[in-house]
Design a protein around this ligand. Structure first.
Ligand code: NDP
Ligand code: 8X3
Length: 262
């Protein structure tokens, strides 16, 4: 038997944090499916490059709307979503991907500013975007919310108290949201990557390239495309299937604490 796939051709996918890493890889993956794209992040120059590359790769056949959006500001989230041209309606897939870790300090030594950046982005930002987009999906009777969680949402590790806390919250929110949406056709998936080599560690270590490189030393980590594959799998399952949670680790990683660096 061949797996039937949910078609995304001509449907709209809205990605937060599309300017690099997993979000960017997902933009390419959804483009390959023929989806139209709404791409947001704070770095507009990166989005413009991405949009140009997609236009040239797909000969301007896809509709792409890009816009700068800092998900930490609820008013900007509302304004951004109101500014999406009507030709992109309805939004079929919302990929809540924007997120970051800042620092890896012990809880009692970390700075409040680092905590606030993580909580405001990973947790509150995801909530603001979801609160604005999901009513449109409910009205339309269809949709799929895909949240990027993390192995850190299952296993806390030292130096990760607040980052792990935000990703545990994303997991809980994903599960509650699905309960809230029972009776609609809307799906909710929580995709939970292990170590993926992106700009993530460079951001976490505030531009320290050596420290960032050290995270992946000796490992064969995941790359962003591996997670885009997992996201696409969730989004293309037949409409009666909801992949609720998907933990994806590199073959060299068994848990947050067990990695093969040989
Ligand atoms: P990157 O740093 O490469 O990408 C993060 C993306 O989030 C960027 O596009 C960035 O865009 C965006 N972003 C950050 N802050 C904001 C904000 N306030 N508003 C809007 N966009 C924002 O890292 P990844 O691709 O690895 O991270 C993507 C997601 O995957 C995150 O949620 C992360 O927690 C999660 N994850 C990553 C893992 C990893 O090992 N890499 C493992 C598990 C989960 P810009 O700076 O332009 O705003
Ligand atoms: C990122 C993965 O384990 O570095 O969410 O926190 S980890």
């Amino acid at each position: 038997m061949v797996r039937s796939r949910y078609s995304l051709s001509g449907k709209t996918v809205f990605i937060t944090g599309a300017s690099s890493g997993i979000g960017e890889a997902c933009a390419y993956a959804f483009a390959e499916e023929g989806a139209n794209l709404v791409l947001s992040a704070r770095r507009g120059d990166k989005l413009a490059d991405l949009s140009r590359n997609l236009d040239s790769q797909y000969s301007n056949k896809l509709k792409i709307f890009i816009g700068e959006l800092d998900v930490r500001d609820p008013r900007k989230v509302d304004d951004f979503i109101s500014s999406i041209p009507s030709e992109f309606s309805p939004i079929e897939v919302l990929l809540n991907n924007a997120g970051l870790a800042v620092g890896a300090d012990k809880l009692f030594e970390a700075t409040i500013d680092d905590w606030e950046r993580m909580i405001d982005t990973n947790l509150k930002g995801l909530l603001y975007v979801s609160r604005t987009v999901i009513p449109l999906m409910v009205e339309n009777g269809r949709g799929h919310v895909i949240n990027i969680g993390s192995i850190a949402g299952r296993e806390p590790y030292p130096g990760g108290s607040v980052y792990c806390g935000t990703k545990h919250a994303v997991r809980a929110i994903s599960r509650s949201l699905k309960m809230d949406l029972l009776g609609t056709n809307i799906r909710v998936s929580n995709v939970e990557p292990g170590a993926v080599e992106t700009e993530f560690s460079l951001v976490r270590y505030k531009g320290d390239k050596e420290k960032a490189k050290g995270v992946y030393e000796g490992l064969v980590p995941l790359c962003a495309v591996d997670i885009a594959d997992a996201v696409l799998y969730c989004a293309t399952c037949p409409a009666h299937v909801n992949v609720a949670e998907l933990l994806v680790l590199a073959n060299s990683q068994a848990s947050a604490y067990h990695t093969d660096r040989s």
